[in-house]
Design a protein around this ligand. Structure first.
Ligand SMILES: *[C@@H]1O[C@H](CO)[C@@H](O)[C@H](O)[C@H]1NC(C)=O
Ligand SMILES: *[C@@H]1O[C@H](CO)[C@@H](O)[C@H](O)[C@H]1NC(C)=O
Ligand SMILES: *[C@@H]1O[C@H](CO)[C@@H](O)[C@H](O)[C@H]1NC(C)=O
Ligand SMILES: *[C@@H]1O[C@H](CO)[C@@H](O)[C@H](O)[C@H]1NC(C)=O
Ligand SMILES: *[C@@H]1O[C@H](CO)[C@@H](O)[C@H](O)[C@H]1NC(C)=O
Ligand SMILES: *[C@@H]1O[C@H](CO)[C@@H](O)[C@H](O)[C@H]1NC(C)=O
Ligand SMILES: *[C@@H]1O[C@H](CO)[C@@H](O)[C@H](O)[C@H]1NC(C)=O
Ligand SMILES: *[C@@H]1O[C@H](CO)[C@@H](O)[C@H](O)[C@H]1NC(C)=O
Length: 620
């Protein structure tokens, strides 16, 4: 076994190699950008990633989507919060059990635990009628023209066809007791001539797609000159289904036409048709995390992609006006209609969700204070400047710096399991804000250690689960650890936050050529590598490990100590600790890239030990 532990290997790292690498890298970007213009669309089945489908992702999978504000994320699934965990700020709403709740979040959280109690109306409960949906003129009771009675209206109204899509139809069918939502919105029904409806008088409705009752959607009324046609629906039942080989099977068991997957529209109702996409159809927007969202969700003031890129590069004022967006058809046509005036008939609970989200506690991590730090675009080999890597720490064992570590908040340091032993905790010191350990800078702070937690499944022979936590000792009389120059890196909660070929940064006090010690903190840029089994057959565990390197191997984790950080920045320049320097062979050769512990795989393990609220950025 000639596997080398990182901090024992040398770093063959010369400036000529660096230059060669830079050229290669530029060449590679050039090639890849010219490659990425497909002549024609890929075959349809290619849009869906089969391996991802096996994981049965739905709108409750927090690896792929944000949970709703009345949910929290536990082990990859959005589960119900308790009502008291909702923000207090808000106005009362009424539910179908006739009870008032302090806020919409409180009601939805209660409903999450008791699904039969649904939203009824904004404001307190009144004796005036109830919201009601019914389908009429269908051949069976599961289909027909959609008729609604709003809470404060006496008469039943119809919905205009051009405001009706599968999103609204799914909510309507769910409301009517069809858990798999709608089957389609195209079937024609015979309306008796004697009951011909004046369809310049229909309602417009807009749902987000996560509602359980049509009463949560926003209804508006407009006077228009042209007739609209009326919304209709066939609700889905398993017995009336005829799946073909061309069907896409949703996680909820429903079959939809294959070409409806990855089009940005939540046809399944549980969103499972939009969560495993290599690309999206038509104008739908593709999140880096493999999720397709509707075009309208781009730059609408609310982050939908877990990787946030749907709200970046938005021109000022490009945010769509909700009222205008209300006119829509699922065919992409007839979006503009003659509008004279729009009257809101129900409150906008969609905006209310946005508002509640903005009230949820936010974690501060991964953002450097001095945002003006110049990032030198030189690849590797550069000494770090003060404040550039405020999460980087050094671990000193009996007077020697043996490993790196990453500050993740509170009193907690993340490092590699092979760096530490729980029984030796009193021998360790954590040095923060250290740049050069020959010329210690004034910002430097030394912390003593109170506890070391090594992953219980760490395997020193295979390097599986090479992850450990160090708890620093609080000063007497203090409730928190005080690390004035340190800023925690964010802990990634989803394996989809970063992708192969993303560029990330490794930093540390690794050794140079000839096993020479390096005294100053250095950093280098590396790319995430997708599947490393080809380089380390039988020894690479994809779920637990992450490879990173450069196409010519010129930059490697050799530069960094074991236990140190591989950090990646998201689109908002928020820094995540994506990897912990773990192992690798023959440093600096492209066929032996550096292997890192894949931190996202250990989010639950970390939050179990340090406390969920310390590391959860969302869905706490
Ligand atoms: C996904 O769903 C299928 C069908 O219900 C089931 O057989 C399979 O075990 C599920 N997979 C996971 C990872 O839950
Ligand atoms: C809704 O309206 C339908 C048709 O008018 C009626 O049969 C049903 O009882 C109503 N439901 C409620 C809850 O009022
Ligand atoms: C439909 O309703 C509008 C407004 O109430 C009215 O002006 C119009 O004459 C009606 N059209 C028909 C065909 O009844
Ligand atoms: C989708 O977005 C593109 C570019 O932002 C825009 O040109 C197009 O009209 C949009 N399509 C729809 C259906 O909103
Ligand atoms: C609900 O009603 C209250 C007044 O009762 C109002 O202040 C609030 O804005 C309404 N909420 C929404 C989402 O419209
Ligand atoms: C990453 O780069 C490799 C090699 O250049 C290329 O083959 C691969 O398709 C890229 N992967 C992605 C996800 O862009
Ligand atoms: C990774 O590579 C190995 C060997 O080259 C191959 O057997 C395996 O299927 C690949 N896995 C993925 C997910 O591509
Ligand atoms: C992120 O940082 C890069 C380089 O420092 C800068 O060019 C870019 O504008 C920043 N982006 C954001 C969203 O702050």
């Amino acid at each position: 076994m000639d596997r080398s532990v990182r901090w024992k290997v040398t770093a063959p790292y010369s400036s000529s190699m660096r230059l060669a690498h830079l050229i290669l890298l530029l060449l590679y970007f050039h090639l890849s950008s010219s490659r990425s213009t497909p002549a024609s669309g890929p075959p349809q089945e290619d849009l869906v990633e089969q391996k991802c489908l096996l994981r049965n992702y739905t709108h409750h999978s927090c690896n792929k989507v944000f949970c709703l504000p009345w949910q929290k994320c536990i082990e990859g699934t959005c589960i119900c919060k308790l009502p008291y965990q909702c923000p207090k700020d808000g106005t009362p709403v009424c539910a179908t059990n006739g009870r008032s709740y302090p806020t919409y979040c409180h009601q939805k959280s209660f409903e999450c635990l008791h699904p039969e109690i649904k939203f009824s109306n904004n404001g307190t409960c009144t004796a005036e009628g109830k919201f009601n949906v019914s389908l009429i003129y269908g051949n069976t009771k599961r289909e027909g023209i959609v008729q609604v009675k709003l809470v404060d209206q006496d008469e039943k109204m119809f919905i205009c066809k051009n405001s009706w899509s599968m999103t609204e139809a799914n909510v309507a069918c769910l409301h009517l007791g069809y858990p798999q939502g709608a089957r389609g919105i195209k079937r024609r029904f015979n309306i008796p001539i004697s009951l011909r409806i004046n369809d310049t008088e229909c309602l417009h409705v807009r749902c987000r797609g996560v509602e359980t009752s049509l009463a949560e959607c926003t209804f508006t009324k407009r006077r228009t000159k042209t007739p609209h046609g009326l919304a209709r629906v066939v609700c889905y039942t398993q017995d009336a289904d005829f799946p073909t080989s061309q069907s896409f099977q949703c996680v909820n068991g429903k079959h939809i036409p294959q070409e409806k997957a990855c089009d940005g529209v939540n046809d399944c109702g549980d969103q499972s048709d939009e969560l495993c996409c290599k690309e999206c159809r038509g104008t739908a927007f593709h999140c880096k995390s493999g999720v397709c969202i509707p075009n309208e969700s781009k730059c609408n003031g609310e982050v939908d992609c877990i990787t946030s890129e749907d709200e970046s590069d938005c021109e000022e004022g490009r945010q769509r006006k909700i009222h205008k967006g209300l006119a829509r058809s699922d065919q992409g046509g007839e979006t503009e209609i003659e509008t004279e005036e729009t009257e809101m008939l129900t409150p906008d609970m969609n905006s209310e969700i946005k508002r509640i989200k903005s009230l949820l506690p936010k974690l501060s991590c991964g953002i450097k204070r001095n945002t003006h730090t110049r990032r030198k675009r030189v690849i590797g080999g550069k000494p770090a400047e003060m404040g550039e890597y405020p999460w980087q720490v050094a671990i000193k064992d009996s007077g020697k710096i043996t490993c790196g570590g990453i500050y993740i908040g509170g009193c907690w340091i993340l490092t590699a399991a092979h760096c530490v032993r729980p029984s030796r905790y009193h021998n360790y010191q954590v040095w923060t804000a250290l740049l050069d350990w020959l010329k210690p800078n004034s910002e430097l702070a030394v912390q003593r250690v109170s506890r070391v937690i090594v992953h219980e499944k760490y395997n020193g022979a295979t390097y599986q689960n090479d992850i450990a936590l160090i708890e620093m000792r609080k000063l007497p009389g203090k409730k928190e650890c005080e690390l004035p120059r340190s800023i925690p890196a964010c802990v990634p909660w989803s394996p989809y936050l970063f992708q192969p070929n993303d560029s990330c940064i490794v930093s540390g006090w690794g050794r140079e050529k000839g096993n020479q010690k390096v005294y100053s903190l250095r950093w280098g840029e590396v790319n995430l590598i997708g599947n490393c089994s080809q380089f380390y057959p039988g020894r690479y565990y994809e779920k637990e490990m992450q490879c990173a390197g450069t196409s010519d191997g010129s930059i490697d984790a050799c530069k960094g100590d074991s236990g140190g950080p591989l950090v990646c920045n998201d689109i908002n320049n928020v820094t995540y600790v994506w990897g912990i320097v773990s192992w690798g062979e023959n440093c600096g050769q492209p066929e032996f890239p550096g292997v890192y512990t894949r931190v996202a795989n250990y989010f639950d393990w970390i939050s179990y030990h340090v406390g969920r609220s310390l590391v959860s950025q969302h869905n706490v």
